[in-house]
Design a protein around this ligand. Structure first.
Ligand SMILES: NC(=O)c1ccc[n+]([C@@H]2O[C@H](COP(=O)([O-])OP(=O)(O)OC[C@H]3O[C@@H](n4cnc5c(N)ncnc54)[C@H](OP(=O)(O)O)[C@@H]3O)[C@@H](O)[C@H]2O)c1
Length: 434
């Protein structure tokens, strides 16, 4: 049977993993498909000097991505450059030229995925994006097919490998975020500008895509409450440990009677939960279904080869469709419901909270803080103070019974003006249900 021809734009981390797998694993791929995938043309800014695996055979190279997306011999275009401007142009031009597209671009798909999807449907081609969330974990396939018969009630994920590496190293070694981040940057695990990772925006893009698939809603990224890990200190891990918990950056989507509550934020999770054992740069997604109950997915969240597998598997799915004419167009964006979604603010959720204070020690501090909590009808659960020499920067923790987040925020706001505080209090939800 005729080969299906592929054009790839972007030969960086993911692009090089993709071409390596397509070359080294070509025989297995052809056996599974009944035909071969053939890389016809590649484009990157250093395409001329780029070394390609010999087993790919002759491959045209170009610095101009337009030559890929308009090439009459190319059936599927793979976009692996990242960003939201040129990448969008690549996908749209490819679709307008009747090519199906495969992308790993979470940022772009979170921003305008439904529009790209609609354009592809009108053109009669497909969009595949498995690699865009949680690298090597086939979570798109799970939500689109594997458990599509269930009704998802909640989804919790550790979706950013860099943040998870930093948090779990802080937990293991007791070092500060600055020290671990600098090391992660030296090792190439973190970008020179780490904001997208440690401020939660990368995880937010991924949560947009997973929530769209899980709940059939169009999610607007800015509707998701997002808080990064910058304020977490080694002392927080010590206190969390005392409470039988640890801290992870949790991306959460929960269906409530009133609507969806979405957040990306550092949270205390019980040490006994399976998510607490997700360490280093690994990712995990925990889905709670109404009928099938809990399922859990774990694997490499990024990296050249794990992400390359996701891209190649997407290529195989789309190529099968092209050859056997079996359209597999389950909308990843539930586009028919665009505009119906009303986000529920995270302030409506009720949780137990961990409140961490740094104070200049003096008598009456606990009484003052407890008084403010009482005014907001928040009940104290425990007060913890580990030994500390420095009376001018003394950390301690108050945990409170499940309370509305709105009341917690009002209390924190009121406390922030107190002159004995070294910095505003840190409030983290305690996710007991995980
Ligand atoms: N890295 C991961 O583990 C991972 C995991 C999941 C998803 N992703 C997503 O995958 C995508 C690619 O990430 P990456 O880490 O592979 O990025 P990367 O290493 O920076 O590679 C980007 C590639 O695109 C090329 N490029 C940039 N602008 C171009 C243009 N105008 N025309 C042609 N080529 C162009 C670059 O060429 P030069 O090298 O010559 O500049 C480079 O080859 C992103 O959307 C990212 O979010 C990455």
């Amino acid at each position: 049977m005729d080969e299906v021809n592929v054009g790839i734009v972007g030969l960086g981390n993911v692009g090089s993993g993709t071409v390596t797998i397509l070359a080294e694993n070509a025989e297995q791929i052809a056996q599974k498909l009944g035909f071969s995938l053939r890389v016809k043309i590649v484009s990157s800014l250093d395409a001329d000097s780029m070394k390609l695996p010999e087993a790919l055979g002759p491959v045209a190279r170009t610095l101009d991505w337009r030559q890929v997306v308009t090439n009459p011999q190319v059936d599927i275009v793979v976009e692996l450059i990242g960003g939201t401007t040129v990448a969008r142009e690549i996908l749209e031009t490819a679709i307008d030229n009747q090519k199906s597209v495969v992308t790993a671009n979470k940022e772009l798909m979170a921003l305008c995925g439904p529009d790209i999807w609609d354009r592809a449907i009108r053109a009669g081609v497909n969009v595949a994006m498995e690699a865009s969330v949680a690298g090597g974990i086939p979570i798109h396939a799970v939500l689109r097919e594997g458990i599509s018969g269930d009704r998802v009630e909640a989804l919790y994920g550790i979706l950013n490998g860099t943040s998870n590496f930093i948090l779990t190293e802080m937990e293991r070694r007791g070092d500060s975020l600055e020290i671990v981040l600098a090391e992660a940057q030296r090792l190439g695990y973190a970008e020179a500008n780490p904001s997208a990772d440690i401020d939660g925006f990368d995880a937010r893009s991924k949560l947009v895509l997973l929530s769209a698939l899980s709940f059939g809603e169009r999610i607007i990224p800015s509707d998701i409450y997002t808080e990064g890990i910058r304020r977490i200190s080694p002392a927080d891990f010590q206190y969390a440990q005392r409470l039988g918990h640890t801290i992870r950056l949790i991306a959460a989507a929960r269906q409530t009677a009133d609507g969806l509550i979405l957040s990306v934020r550092p949270s205390l999770i019980p040490l006994s939960t399976i998510l607490a054992s997700v360490r280093g740069s690994y990712n995990a997604v925990w889905v709670k279904g109404h009928y099938g109950e809990d399922t859990f997915y774990y694997g490499r969240g990024a990296g050249s080869r794990p992400t390359g597998v996701a891209v190649v598997s997407d290529l195989m799915r789309v190529a099968r469709e092209i050859r056997y004419g079996s359209p597999d167009r389950v909308s990843p964006f539930a586009h028919e419901r665009l505009g119906e979604y009303k986000p529920i603010p995270v302030t409506r959720q009720k949780r137990a909270y961990y409140l961490r204070f740094r104070v200049t020690d003096r008598p009456g501090i606990i009484a003052t803080l407890a008084g403010i909590l009482a005014q907001k009808h928040i009940s104290l659960d425990a007060v913890l103070q580990l030994p500390c020499e420095n009376k001018h920067d003394l950390p301690f923790v108050i945990t409170v019974e499940p309370s509305p987040e709105e009341a917690i925020r009002e209390a924190i706001e009121q406390m922030s003006g107190l002159d004995f505080l070294v910095e505003p209090p840190l409030a983290l939800p305690m996710e007991a249900g995980l």
